[in-house]
Design a protein. Structure first.
Length: 389
């Protein structure tokens, strides 16, 4: 989201960040970036007044649920506003894979044809175009669900790769120690990954590397996670990391045996930026490496995962190859210069003839028509119910 905000600032847009979420002490202070912040309410006509005053040219929704809640109001008040959905990742894909793991079904056989899929795909169709963060998800939408390519835009994380000076300033193999995993614990794949590390992966690594530790960083740790902390086993729950750079660049290896999920994993981009080789799974690596060699290891079988992690941790030459490969992947696949000019062209070309673009996606207009009525009257009902309390 911060990368998208930076893009629109670069294009000289006035930006208002509207949110129903509470601001916490760990929230980024958008005011320092000259961004207006507006607190908005669900199922409340005050949003209509706010939008009519704002008169937006472009509306960007953060995830499909936001579009469900506010898209009909935008359409009613400003039908000519360009509506973009930032999917972040495909929620229905992640949830289907989670259900498969819970039911001991191979992830490849996960049932994708769910109610969440219907809602998310409908949201994609209603919007003028959607940002898709992973090539694998682009393929799924195009080939399995036959979503028109004209309303999809592949946009991964947008990175400025580290300079040669920044690379040389990073700690060396000898200056680093221990393993790291990171990610907030409101995200189910992270909870599962850390639990899997504790029970299946870490005991075998620790047996071969008895002085090594695994440092687990992430906010919102539940009691389930906190009770995994064990100094004796070198499995340390560290909590929230004020500086990702500080903890990632001093670790020798990043571990994340992700068994379900979707989209791209920000922890891997961080690892590559700070020169830390990473170990993950096929699901974790989805959309990450493309035709490039991995910068660590992609292994699904626990014993093989352990052996590769130990080798990478122990062998300087092997580690150095992966250390350099991460920088190459950032340069070749996530350099923001590869994408931003094309995103600008996409937005401008649609704005030039929005009616034509929408006629080309008439199914989306049909869904928008019907959802406008259904969502509108559900919201009105909730609004009246709330007033009666």
């Amino acid at each position: 989201m911060m990368q998208l905000i930076a893009f629109f600032q670069q294009e000289n847009y006035d930006i208002t960040f509207a949110t129903t979420a509470a601001i916490s002490e760990k929230s980024f202070d958008l005011k320092t970036a000259q961004i207006e912040i507006e607190k908005i309410a669900l199922n409340d006509p005050s949003f209509d007044v706010f939008v009519q005053h704002l008169m937006p040219t472009i509306v960007l929704y953060d995830r499909y649920i936001t579009e469900e809640q506010f898209g009909w109001r935008i359409t009613a008040s400003f039908p000519n506003a360009l509506q973009i959905l930032d999917t972040e990742d495909l929620h229905f894909l992640r949830k289907a894979r989670e259900d498969a793991i819970k039911n001991n079904i191979p992830v490849a056989e996960a049932n994708l044809y769910t109610e969440i899929a219907k809602r998310e795909l409908a949201s994609i169709l209603r919007c003028d175009f959607s940002l898709i963060i992973s090539e694998a998800e682009m393929t799924l939408l195009l080939e399995t669900f036959k979503i028109p390519e004209s309303i999809l835009y592949y946009l991964p994380f947008l990175i400025t790769p580290p300079s040669e000076v920044e690379k040389k300033a990073l700690p060396s193999f000898e200056e680093r120690e221990h393993f790291i995993t990171i990610g907030n614990f409101l995200h189910a794949p992270n909870v599962d990954s850390v639990t899997y590390l504790k029970t299946e992966i870490w005991p075998a690594i620790r047996k071969q590397l008895p002085k090594a530790e695994l440092h687990v960083y992430g906010n919102y740790a539940t009691q389930q996670i906190l009770q995994l902390d064990s100094k004796k086993e070198g499995f340390l729950i560290k909590g929230w990391a004020p500086s990702v750079k500080e903890v990632m660049s001093t670790a020798r290896i990043c571990l994340a045996p992700i068994r379900f999920g979707a989209g791209l994993k920000g922890k891997f981009i961080d690892a590559m930026q700070f020169g830390t080789p990473l170990m993950t799974t096929t699901i974790g690596a989805e959309g990450l490496f493309g035709e490039e060699e991995s910068c660590g290891g992609v292994v699904d079988i626990a014993t093989n995962y352990v052996n590769r992690a130990v080798t990478l941790y122990s062998e300087n030459r092997n580690w150095q190859l992966c250390h350099r490969q991460g920088f190459q992947i950032l340069e070749n696949r996530f350099n923001k210069e590869l994408y931003l000019e094309f995103l600008e062209d996409k937005i401008n070309s649609i704005l030039t003839d929005l009616d034509f673009h929408r006629k080309d996606n008439f199914i989306g207009q049909i869904l928008k028509h019907h959802s406008l009525q259904a969502t509108k009257y559900l919201s009105k009902w909730i609004e009246i119910k709330n007033k009666s309390k």
